[in-house]
Design a binder for this molecule. Structure first.
Ligand code: C2E
Ligand code: MG
Ligand code: MG
Length: 453
């Protein structure tokens, strides 16, 4: 029994807890019930030991163990799974809300300072939570998922994080798990790359810049698309690190682009999870200080949804603007925009989602939506970009509708950094300024030879 219990707190040890967790998962599976696993970390515990001594550290650990036992019901299980890390397994929970209640109860219990002699010690914790079967159905994986949520909360300086319901995207959990683990060190292994897709002024045919799109060259050969790995990075708590890397890389590369074409923009996608974080302007400012060049303008693409969720959004956008950064609303038309927010939202650009653009010649509803968005942009003095232009006819139609900028396979596919740099160099100076369409003949002059991409 001794090695299954933690001597200091009397709670289950990590290994005993994992086997208990395995059994509980089996039981939950049989009874079709749900479990929530909470992982609880004491903030700044090392500092507590240094400042007050190890015996005080022990008192803090016992105190937290007691609070966890108070929160636990009789069907729940509490363990000490690391030096300053605990786990609470909640059985028979109905939904995330149930886990949230338990977390809030724990946080409330910890609000009062712990008194040791004449010392008052604030015991602060961060909690990560994952659910079974929603996020994993295996003890080790569930533990990893809860630890991932904990890392997200720590990264975001939030007191807790409960994982969202997963969208496994057709991959089974163990394949996702493998990807998630590898993604953590993909930057260090040099497997992440930014590709660049040209954006063109539809009226003048001039190149105006490029969108930076991330690729993961897993094992140097298997390309994993951002639609798969960005959500994984979010769940693994790696998205901030990856986005900082993307910002710095895109700005560094854009600084190497041909400079006689006038100022060029580089557009970087921001995940919704980061878009409204308070320290975003600071991250952007740091990247600009390192890599910013007068001939390059940074645009950040954020989705409609991330804008709407955040009341502090406006302030953040204003700070970005003060840095000279443009803000673009990506995939416009697919969220649920409230038109009222256009009245005073500090954004510069709308990007019409490619699902409308690609099908607009065959589908009148898509064409109408595209035309409406262009009109909306004009009324609010916003630039409008159509993405997903796959042929000359679509391009011509967009031009006549008054769309400002275009992007799509017809104009240029996303290219690796060297390829895009060379592509720019190969543009004859006059072609870089030539009209995309010749109105007299109606023929389209393509800026890009698709063979080059
Ligand atoms: P997005 O920002 O809307 O990017 C446009 C997507 O459309 C890109 O897919 C691009 O390759 C694709 N595309 C461009 N032209 C055409 C076309 O003519 N036809 C069609 N069918 N598709 C076209 P990609 O690169 O697979 O990126 C998918 C999404 O992943 C992006 O959508 C963006 O939301 C996300 N993403 C890409 N890179 C990053 C990144 O660095 N950070 C973050 N957070 N998200 C990224
Ligand atoms: Mg985009
Ligand atoms: Mg888009």
């Amino acid at each position: 029994m001794i090695d299954s219990a933690d001597l200091l707190t009397g709670l289950l040890s990590r290994s005993a807890f994992l086997s208990r967790l395995g059994r509980q998962i089996l039981r939950a599976n049989e009874s079709h019930t749900r479990l929530a696993l909470l992982v609880v970390d004491i903030n700044g515990f090392a500092q507590t030991n240094v400042t007050y001594g190890y015996s005080t550290g022990d008192v803090v650990l016992r105190h937290l163990a007691r609070q966890l036992k108070e929160v636990a019901r009789k069907q729940d299980h509490v363990a000490r799974i690391g030096d300053n890390r605990f786990a609470l397994l909640l059985s028979h929970v109905l939904n995330r809300g149930h886990a949230e209640l338990a977390i809030q109860k724990l946080l409330r219990r910890l609000e009062a300072a712990l008194e040791i002699g004449d010392q008052q010690i604030a015991v602060r914790v961060t909690v990560g939570a994952a659910m079974c079967p929603d996020h994993a159905t295996h003890a080790e994986y569930l533990m990893r998922k809860a630890e991932t949520a904990l890392a997200t909360a720590q990264d975001e300086h939030e007191p807790y994080c409960i994982l969202e319901k997963t969208d496994a995207g057709g991959l089974d959990l163990s394949a996702l798990w493998e990807l998630e683990v590898e993604l953590g060190s993909a930057i260090e292994r040099g497997e992440l790359q930014m590709h660049y897709q040209p954006q063109v002024d539809l009226r003048t045919g001039r190149i105006v810049g490029a969108e930076a799109l991330m690729r993961w060259d897993r094992f140097r050969g298997e390309i994993v698309g951002p639609d798969v790995f960005i959500p994984l990075a979010v769940r693994a708590g790696k998205i901030k690190k990856i986005t900082i890397w993307a910002l710095n890389t895109a700005l560094r590369r854009a600084g190497e682009w041909r400079s006689d074409l006038g100022p060029l923009t580089v557009s970087v996608n921001l995940p919704g999870e980061l878009a409204m974080q308070r320290d975003l302007p600071e991250l952007v400012e740091n990247a600009l200080q390192l890599w910013g060049r007068p001939q390059v303008r940074l645009v950040l693409e954020i989705t409609e949804r991330s804008l709407m969720d955040a009341p502090r959004g406006r302030l953040i956008l204003e700070r970005l603007r003060a840095l000279g950064v443009g803000v673009s609303i990506d995939d416009f038309g697919t969220g649920y925009s409230c038109l009222a927010y256009f009245k005073d939202l500090p954004v510069d650009e709308l990007k019409i989602d490619k699902s409308f653009v690609t099908g607009m010649l065959e589908d009148t509803a898509s064409l109408d939506i595209t035309a409406l968005i262009i009109d909306l942009a004009r009324r609010f003095h916003l630039r409008v970009v159509a993405e997903g232009i796959e042929d000359a006819q679509t391009l011509e139609r967009l031009r006549t509708l008054g769309c400002d900028l275009g992007q799509g396979f017809h104009l240029g596919k996303p290219m690796p950094p060297e390829g895009f740099r060379q592509w720019l160099l190969d543009l004859p100076a006059h072609a870089a300024h030539a009209p995309v369409a010749q109105p007299a003949t109606g023929k389209t002059q393509r800026l890009v030879d698709p063979g080059n991409s």
